[in-house]
Design a protein around this ligand. Sequence first.
Ligand code: A2P
Length: 288
Amino acid sequence: TKVSQWNKGITVVIIYWTLQASDAELEAALEAALEAGYRHIDTAYVYENEAAIGRVLAKWLNSGKVKREELFIVTKLPPAGNHPDRVEKYLKRSLDNLGLDYVDLYLVHVPFGFLEKGEDIHPVESDGNILLDKSTNHINIWKAMEAQVDAGLAKSIGLSNFNISQIKRVLQSARIPPSNLQVELHAFFQQKELVDFCKEHNIIVCAYAPLGSRGTAKLYERAGISKDFPDLLNNPKVLEVAEKYGKTPAQILLRHIVQRGIAAIPKSTNPDRIQQNLQVRCNSSKYL
Ligand code: A2P
């Protein structure tokens, strides 16, 4: 049922790193998104915004404006939780932050693990290097992920930022196969081989940064780091197609993803753009 929810196109999302939006901005954006009809909310322990999301959800759930089963809530295991003994602890923390009994989808956020150092989300050694856990074992982590489904804390489980060989390794020993893969994907990074692989294995793909990593481009700009991010929203071909169909460039980029049977989760704090990004309908899909 959850997959059909994605297919209905109610797939969009509000993700905000604290660096990108304050709690107040996030709460206002989430209100606007729920009003507009968004029901799929994507977050992660490391975004440090689960509690703000939880406050808005509590308001909507308590007032009866939305029912829990109408929502599709996704969060992710942080790299410091990439160890079988720590999966349950971090999921329970996320549930506590969100004020929920279960999430609809729990993802392993990244394939690499960090050593735990207190509560540090990005633990570093005294020399400033990140404390990587070189013993990270995907198969053992996945067993702990499966246990969360058994315990009813996650309705489904999946992966994020994993490549084909990493997914294959998990699939080979999985009792509950990953139902979702969330990766960066947009017109300039179409991930065709990875998407075909996922299709073969019934793994739904969800595209983050679907407008071409504009959020990351802005972060780099603000930090004064020069890096060349292609500007898909001003790409001449995208502008031409937008003109032809009377749509905005963002809608063309989102439709390009959705019509491949891929869910898309654009970020926005702007109520007009939040609305606009939902007005992307696609009835035909190669995959669905
Ligand atoms: P804003 O919050 O001001 O709308 P991505 O998910 O690919 O990283 O893109 C997120 C960025 O794209 C955000 O900075 C967001 O800014 C901007 N954005 C989101 N929707 C649109 C849109 N429809 N048109 C233009 N920019 C958009």
